[in-house]
Design a protein around this ligand. Structure first.
Ligand code: NAP
Length: 283
């Protein structure tokens, strides 16, 4: 059983910490807003007031924070030890993971670049998909933790590749979410019962569980955040930066990013990304 420090207990980090603890590992947690880490006490998780206190003596330090700036600041404050494994699980893009690799080198820590697919529900159910990259030994140590938070681990070679795969998959996530919003909004604008769209697609190859799930939330005007607009907009930015650096042209991702930024400016930053539906409807 491993000693694990979880730095960041937000929407994703809290259920991941819980599932790691439930699998029998010893978990210490830190969060900027300390109460969120303290709320995990009933799960046998010790809340620490500083990142370094959580990280001290841990076999694996996991970061699950909003963005690259937060990850780097917190990882520096954690004072990673020589040989300590740093599982970086947040979505931070190419530049972010490169800066993490530099910091890990400075500290002598071993970077595992392991972002995750799945949102609040799969995180709570321990059914994320881990996109694991890094040295084999470190991946081996992390495997029981990946199994605790996820239903599947995709191993993709050296650190950096997990982030690359995450960016590529997120193009699809963002396109699917916006595509759902626009499909339902147009049906409604045309005077149709939008559930007819779901009926028309049912059983066919485009009848995606994701479409059904997000369409239901849109029809119920339920935008409690699983994947907040502000984080989706950040991911769209990271995708476009990666595309530009590597010679890919992604007009759809550009349009979705604009829509997400517009949604955030319209006061929807903390709502689920399905809330872009409100803009599609009000057009
Ligand atoms: P979240 O609920 O907003 O949590 C963000 C965490 O980052 C919180 O612990 C927050 O602390 C902390 N934080 C933000 N800025 C900070 C700073 N400057 N210094 C220190 N801590 C800071 O987000 P989440 O949904 O858990 O997402 C975490 C990461 O996973 C993000 O990179 C996200 O893109 C990625 N991700 C999210 C999903 C999803 O569906 N939600 C799915 C896959 C991956 P406070 O609590 O004090 O604000």
């Amino acid at each position: 059983m491993a000693r694990v420090a979880v730095l960041g207990t937000g929407i994703m980090g809290a259920p991941m910490a819980r599932n790691i603890a439930r699998a029998g590992h010893q978990v210490r947690a830190w969060n900027r807003t300390l109460d969120k880490a303290r709320a995990l006490r009933d799960d046998g998780i010790e809340a620490c007031e500083e990142p370094a206190a959580a990280a001290a003596g841990a076999d694996v330090v996991m970061t699950m924070l909003a963005d690259a700036e937060a990850v780097l600041a917190v990882a520096r404050a954690a004072d990673l030890a020589e040989g300590q494994i740093w599982w970086q699980a947040s979505t931070i893009g190419l530049d972010g993971i490169e800066r993490c690799a530099e910091l890990a080198d400075e500290d002598g820590a071993v970077l595992v670049d392991g972002p995750v697919l799945g949102t609040r529900g799969p995180a709570e159910a321990g059914k994320l998909v881990v996109l694991a990259s890094g040295p084999d030994d470190a991946l081996g140590t992390c495997t029981p933790l990946f199994d605790a938070v996820g239903s599947k681990t995709v191993t993709v070679g050296e650190a950096g590749n997990g982030t690359r795969l995450k960016l590529a998959v997120n193009v699809w996530v963002l396109a699917a979410a916006e595509g759902t919003a626009e499909t339902i909004a147009l049906a409604r604008a045309l005077g149709l019962d939008p559930t007819l769209v779901c009926e028309a697609l049912a059983g066919g190859t485009l009848d995606l569980p994701y479409f059904r799930m997000k369409a239901k939330l849109m029809l119920e005007d339920d935008f409690a955040p699983s994947f907040p607009v502000r984080l989706a907009a950040k991911d769209a930015r990271l995708i476009l930066e990666a595309a530009e650096r590597n010679g890919a042209d992604l007009p759809l991702a550009r349009a979705v990013r604009e829509r997400l930024v517009e949604s955030a400016e319209a006061g929807l930053a903390e709502k689920d990304l399905a809330a872009t539906y409100r803009l599609a409807l009000s057009g």
